[in-house]
Design a binder for this molecule. Structure first.
Ligand SMILES: N[C@@H](CCC(=O)N[C@@H](CS)C(=O)NCC(=O)O)C(=O)O
Length: 267
């Protein structure tokens, strides 16, 4: 072929090949478009366990919005996440973790931001500037203000660590703080943390408190009537079927605890 091209000469070869070159260009463009489309429609991969509060929050969001996702589910209690393969994906080996179109994302709040932007579900960020700021305010407070105390009580009740002094009182204080700072605006009660509409702050807070019901400690939040009413609002918004689907691990953990408590009282 090279000999033929040399014999013809570059100028004639070029002139004779214009249509073939044009056809090739349009084929290349089509192939590029198809591969880009393939990337855009590929589902994100979520690594999770429904016993994990932030995993549950993200799971509820994805399901509520009908967003398709691939999943790798670990049983954290069995240490299934502690393996070399997952370490390559997520060095911290924690859940939730998301990989989408080659980009890895940790930290539930960041994962939420990503999914909300990608799928244009921006109502979950809050509806106006005050509501969005309230949602952000909650997220900054959440880890040390609420989650830390709930986790203390949960892990101690599961026997994973000794009980921290004042842990239950700290949860009560955090629940009261949730009520005053995030579920009240002026003198009015709010339906959700951001106001009239559910946001991802509600899912994060809900999942964290719900965890306590797994170790029979729901009294720590149900005794606050406003917080209890807000939990009911979140449950209604999710719908019974999704709530049930997301709660399987918590319900199973609760059953175990009830059985243990029953066994202990018989002894
Ligand atoms: N700040 C992280 C917390 C992640 C985290 O602590 N995940 C826990 C489950 S809730 C976990 O993976 N624990 C297993 C381990 O640390 O081995 C987030 O919000 O995503």
């Amino acid at each position: 072929m090279d000999n033929v091209e040399k014999e013809i000469g570059a100028a004639i070869h070029k002139e004779a090949s214009v249509s073939i070159v044009a056809t090739r260009k349009s084929f290349e463009a089509k192939a590029k478009g198809a591969s880009q489309q393939k990337g855009a429609s590929s589902a994100p991969m979520l690594y999770y366990d429904l016993i994990s509060q932030p995993s549950r929050a993200i799971f509820m969001f994805l399901k509520k919005e009908g967003i398709k996702f691939d999943s790798k589910v670990f049983d954290l209690f069995k240490g299934e996440h502690k393996n070399a393969e997952y370490k390559k994906v997520n060095e911290d080996q924690t859940v939730p973790f998301l990989v989408d179109e080659g980009s890895p994302f940790g930290e539930s709040a960041a994962i939420f931001q990503y999914l909300i932007e990608k799928y244009q579900k921006t109502s979950w960020l809050g509806s106006d500037i005050v509501s969005r700021t309230r949602v952000t305010q909650f997220l900054h407070w959440h880890h040390q203000g609420l989650r830390k105390h709930c986790v203390d009580v949960f892990l101690a009740a599961m026997g994973f660590k000794p009980e921290t002094e004042g842990a239950r009182e700290n949860v009560t204080k955090a629940v009261d703080c949730l009520e005053k700072r995030f579920l009240t605006e002026g003198k009015a009660n709010k339906k959700f943390i951001g106001g009239a509409n559910i946001s991802f702050a509600d899912l994060m807070a809900y999942a964290e408190l719900q965890q306590l019901s797994g170790v029979l400690e729901e009294g720590l939040y149900t005794k606050n009537a406003k917080v209890k009413a807000w939990m009911d609002n979140v449950e209604k918004e999710l719908g019974a079927a999704l709530h049930k689907e997301a709660s399987v691990s918590i319900v199973a953990t609760r059953k175990n605890h009830e059985a243990k408590a029953k066994g202990a009282s018989k002894k």
